[in-house]
Design a protein around this ligand. Structure first.
Ligand SMILES: [Zn+2]
Length: 109
């Protein structure tokens, strides 16, 4: 008999990067580097909405209380963050996007 399988599989461990920064903490963050790219599925640190893959994502390396943190923002949230504004109110499934009017001349039934 040869039992070589380690029985140690239950390692809870600390959450890798589940730290949610408050808006107050974001205000203290000092940006160091910044990248732009496609959304990678990370949630925006400002509005907490996931940046979809069809969206542009700003990734910011910042210093917060002598710690390096990586922030993800929508472009508009990055602007709001830089301007010191409040994040938009959380909306479950009703994003207040710009209304695109279909003006193709078709008359309603
Ligand atoms: Zn956002």
């Amino acid at each position: 008999m040869n039992r070589s399988a380690p029985a140690d599989r239950s390692t809870p461990g600390p959450e890798p990067r589940g730290t949610r920064l408050t808006v107050a903490a974001l205000r203290r963050a000092v940006p160091i580097k910044m990248w732009g790219g496609k959304g990678c599925g990370a949630a925006c640190d400002f509005c907490r909405v996931v940046v979809s893959q069809s969206d542009v994502e700003y990734e910011i390396e910042a210093e917060l209380d002598t710690q390096r943190v990586t922030l993800h923002f929508h472009p508009r949230c990055h602007d709001a963050w830089k301007a010191g504004r409040e994040p938009p109110a959380e909306r479950p499934a009703d994003e207040p996007g710009p209304a695109i009017e279909q003006a193709d001349g078709s008359s309603p039934p």
